[in-house]
Design a protein around this ligand. Structure first.
Ligand SMILES: *Cc1c(COP(=O)(O)O)cnc(C)c1O
Length: 320
């Protein structure tokens, strides 16, 4: 395993993605501030290219490929946003991409991945191991594997979202970030420790899958079965090794949010701020709403991680 990245790697990533990734807006809402009693700064990665922060890490990782790696291509496995991020970054950099996706992946995601020019290899998620397939393809074809979170360049790239947030908001008392495998949270923690040392950094994961919280408390990575939650971007079974090293050192706390709280947050985003946020992207705001009494008067950053949700599913959730 390589060593974890540092804030200098986040700064280098910011240079690499400049002009390729969007500098997403930081939104505020007087109405939500009045309701929560805190001053909230929403970093809106639902407006990032391909609809989620994952473009940052993917583009940073692929821009570091040498000539031979570029020619051979990249492989990754994911049913969600990381696949689309790798596919888009690869198409921009002219690198062939192969994405390992389950047979039952949503057709819209498969279509989006194919639309960016990537090849898709399907597998059965009940009988086959996607990581094994990814590694086998890498070994056989000479592809470079870029996993969704356990990679230094991916973590450094994800950290640029928080770096941009602090550049706009100035010092914050607390920062809430959603947590799946830990790429986004660990990158955020690197940026926060460097730019706002006194800011409390809090990770938020689905209540149904609190492996991150248990890992944080026990000091070793806890593995769980795929959690049953609407937060599909955080249905990870365990934290990454590199993210966990950073999270243990630089994160102050991990909390959870229930599916019901995610739906409420999704409605508030839509009705008050007029933005479409996918269930996983609502984790941080859901936790802030739950903990509002403790955050009164504080300046709080909220990382809104993505907005990729089918309209029919969005409609069903917000009207449920
Ligand atoms: C991947 C993803 C997450 C979780 O990020 P990790 O780096 O795996 O912790 C959260 N929200 C969205 C929208 C995602 O795509």
């Amino acid at each position: 395993m390589p060593t974890p990245p540092t804030f200098a790697d986040v700064q280098a990533a910011a240079e690499r993605i400049r002009g390729h990734a969007h500098r997403t807006p930081v939104l505020t809402s007087r109405r939500i501030d009045a309701e929560t009693g805190a001053h909230l700064y929403f970093k809106c990665e639902n407006f990032q290219r391909m609809g989620a922060f994952k473009f940052r890490g993917a583009f940073n990782a692929l821009s570091r490929f040498d000539e031979a790696q570029r020619r051979a291509g990249v492989v990754t496995y994911s049913s969600g946003n990381h696949s689309q991020a790798i596919a888009l970054a690869a198409s921009i950099l002219d690198i062939p991409a192969t994405i390992v996706m389950p047979h039952d992946a949503p057709e819209s995601k498969v279509a989006a991945t194919l639309g960016y020019g990537a090849s898709v290899v399907r597998y059965d998620r009940y009988t086959e191991d996607r990581e094994e397939i990814g590694r086998a393809l890498a070994a056989e074809k000479g592809y470079t594997l870029v996993p969704p979170y356990d990679h230094p360049d991916v973590i450094a790239g994800q950290g640029t979202a928080t770096m941009e947030l602090f550049e706009e908001s100035g010092e914050l008392d607390a920062l809430f970030v959603c947590l799946g495998g830990g790429g986004l949270l660990s990158g955020a923690a690197l940026a926060a420790r460097a730019l706002a040392p006194s800011c409390r950094v809090v990770g938020v994961e689905p209540e149904a899958g609190d492996d991150g919280l248990r890992s944080f408390r026990t000091g070793s990575i806890v593995h769980i079965d795929t959690p049953d939650t609407i937060a599909d971007g955080a249905q990870t079974q365990h934290l990454g090794v590199l993210p966990f090293e950073i999270i243990r050192r630089d994160v102050d706390d991990i909390v959870t949010a229930s599916d019901a709280e995610l739906v409420t947050a999704m409605r508030v985003f839509a009705s008050t701020m007029k933005i479409v946020v996918e269930p996983t992207g609502c984790l941080a705001f859901a936790a802030v709403r739950r903990l509002a009494a403790d955050l009164a008067g504080q300046r709080v950053g909220v990382l809104v991680s993505g907005g990729n949700v089918d309209l029919a599913r969005f409609a069903a959730l917000v009207t449920s």
